[in-house]
Design a protein around this ligand. Structure first.
Ligand SMILES: [Zn+2]
Length: 237
């Protein structure tokens, strides 16, 4: 089976692709529901693992470019290889596909990527300012501040490289790309959507907090125990 040629897919692999297209279509509805996107901005993708250990046969499922959130059916989701080439689907993949693909190529543990221009998180990105870790929920979810990535323009690997270089140095699943907006990662697309919702929430709360007076920091050892408890104990049954 050549993963890049749908004609050679086994019935099992074809079913897995259909399942992920449905899943990714459903998750896109969460972006307008949580107020993270306007017009056609924003996108969710998920990795589909191929047989090769090194990930060279992996694919990704993402939203097509310029399509309204009202028209995001499972059939509308496009399938690409990790070089961003279209493998299956109508229309051109999201213009952010190269950035998503770069993350999947360089972070093998990542199974989902989300990008939005959500208002408060993007406002921190516009200032090039990291969100300081001043809430226990930030300790839980981000394990520290939400970092800022470099300024990068669409068209080559610079956005993807900026995301990967920044997140490798951080416990945060979210990066604020400078003058642009948040990119988030997760073990699957749902975890990346959750991180996109949470980064907007904390960006808003810390903004409102600072408007009322100076922020109070949390000691590093408390951040460490919040993160450790939440990541290793909470929610696992
Ligand atoms: Zn963008």
């Amino acid at each position: 089976m050549d993963h890049r040629n749908p004609d050679t897919w086994t019935p099992e692999f074809a079913r897995e692709i259909e399942r992920v297209r449905e899943y990714v279509a459903t998750l896109h509805a969460d972006l307008p529901r949580w107020g993270l996107v306007v017009w056609t901005a924003g996108n969710v993708s998920q990795r589909v693992r191929g047989e090769a250990e090194d990930g060279s046969q992996d694919l990704l499922v993402i939203k097509p470019s310029g399509v309204s959130y009202d028209d995001l059916s499972p059939e509308a989701m496009v399938v690409c290889d990790l070089d961003g080439n279209l493998v299956l689907g109508e229309g051109s993949p999201s213009s952010d596909t190269a950035a998503h693909a770069y993350v999947y190529r360089h972070m093998s543990e990542v199974g989902g990527v989300v990008h939005t221009h959500s208002t408060y998180a993007t406002a921190w990105a516009a200032r090039g300012e990291e969100i300081p870790c001043v809430l226990t929920m930030m300790g839980d979810e981000f394990g520290g501040p939400v970092p800022v990535g470099p300024f990068a323009l669409i068209g080559d690997d610079s956005i993807g490289r900026g995301i990967v270089d920044t997140l490798r140095e951080s416990r945060s699943p979210a990066v604020l790309m400078r003058n642009h907006g948040p990119f988030t990662i997760g073990r699957d697309a749902r975890a990346a959507v959750k991180a996109a919702v949470m980064v907007e929430e904390v960006a808003k709360t810390v903004h409102v907090a600072r408007a009322g007076g100076p922020l109070v920091s949390i000691e590093q050892h408390h951040i460490d125990s919040l993160y450790d408890r939440y990541q290793n104990v909470y929610g696992q049954h």
